[in-house]
Design a protein around this ligand. Sequence first.
Ligand SMILES: [Zn+2]
Ligand SMILES: [Zn+2]
Length: 259
Amino acid sequence: MQAPGALRFASLGSGSKGNATLVSDGETHVLVDCGFGMRETERRLTQVGLHPRQLEAILVTHEHGDHIGGVGALARRHGLPVYLTPGSWLSGRLGEVPRHHWITPQARFAIKGLEIDPVTVPHDAREPVQFRFRAHGRCLGVLTDLGHPSAHVMEAFHGCDALILECNHDRRMLAEGPYPPRLKRRVGGDWGHLANSQAAQLLKTLGLDRLQRIVCSHLSEHNNRPELVLEALVPLLDGDEARLLVAAQDSGLDWQTVI
Ligand SMILES: [Zn+2]
Ligand SMILES: [Zn+2]
């Protein structure tokens, strides 16, 4: 992948069957989460022009299977270091990896040219974080698996140039959909996932002027539809709809450059 001198990102796929996001400063490429099997991950990486050995590291947000399921195997096969919180590690879902580094929530760290702020989020995992990346003077927020937009989250993700944002479910589809009541309460609760209406409210509060790209992510297969996401968010965009994109479960999203 040739793009020196810019913050870039791509999605290998997003949704409850697997998530993986690439972030790059043009030289250093990191993978945020990997919920796909190894062959599938390798295939999806090839589609965006990368070989696993070109990755510098894998960062883990939390231990749910759609994020951590493929991390251990990929790290072992290609000798990649894994960054995660002690809580995610203690879940025991990673297995042995060649090297791991602790993430301390709210403590900035760097992987070569990429500066990374891990931000604590309300979600029903042991020690979940989401990330804010900075390189070449630009900032990308990665914000999924969010039960509700807490004051801490709103402060931490203020001022991004691009945002990968969870739009998990439409409240009505969730209420009327096939999930058992307990799962409906979990998904729609304060420690579950973000509804389209909450994503819209979050964007309104953060402000949209600076956002070049808004990538709707982690859409539920059963409780959402892309057109409902657009219905919720398009009115906020002042006619500039080209900056709104969707990361799909099957096809992900090709490289985006934050200029
Ligand atoms: Zn998830
Ligand atoms: Zn999760």
